[in-house]
Design a protein around this ligand. Structure first.
Ligand code: NAG
Ligand code: NAG
Ligand code: NAG
Length: 160
């Protein structure tokens, strides 16, 4: 009797720890709004680690994002530009900034009517205070030497 009542809480604690670890590494297709895609249709955006809507990121960690988009026209270039807005828009460096080099997963020129997956990552800065309320992030991919918007997606995030 004693042994069982002692062991069960330990198992419970262990499994809740394991759950936390599993949830942490989760990849989640996130809810997003289109904010003016001109050269493609975005079908899915996945973020790792993310286990809630909106995603809650831990400051000082790295996040990984994948964007599936179907081009409606060709583009010689593909450059990423992202901002979060807390009172005013601030640049968020998503790498690679040139989606066609350094692991971005694309090769330029982009062809029309083609399904692409952009893969990028960003560092969640440790120094700013945590964002306990949803904050909007806008991520754009510029095409044609930064003169057109291949895609524009908007979604919320929080940090701890
Ligand atoms: C994104 O665009 C804004 C406004 O055009 C600009 O101020 C910012 O430097 C750009 N950021 C990147 C990473 O290109
Ligand atoms: C884009 O810029 C490159 C170099 O700056 C230039 O060679 C090319 O002609 C430009 N293309 C367009 C479509 O403007
Ligand atoms: C687009 O703008 C970004 C940020 O200003 C710059 O780093 C990049 O070289 C530009 N791309 C082209 C093709 O001109």
């Amino acid at each position: 009797m004693l042994t069982i009542s002692y062991v069960v809480p330990q198992i419970a604690i262990l499994s809740s720890l394991l759950c936390t670890v599993t949830v942490w590494a989760q990849t989640r297709p996130i809810m997003f709004q289109d904010c003016g895609s001109e050269g493609s249709r975005v079908s899915q955006v996945r973020i790792t680690p993310c286990s809630s809507d909106p995603c809650v990121f831990v400051r000082g960690t790295k996040l990984h994002a994948e964007v599936d988009f179907l081009t409606t026209r060709a583009s010689p270039t593909a450059d990423i530009n992202a901002t979060i807005t807390i009172f005013y828009p601030m640049a968020v460096p998503i790498l690679p900034a040139n989606a066609c080099v350094g692991g971005g997963g694309l090769s330029c020129p982009l062809a029309a009517n083609t399904l692409y997956t952009f893969t990028g990552h960003a560092q969640v800065l440790r120094s700013p205070p945590p964002l306990y309320l949803p904050v909007p992030m806008i991520a754009r991919m510029y095409g044609d030497n930064n003169s057109t918007v291949i895609f524009c997606i908007k979604f919320n995030l929080e940090t701890r």
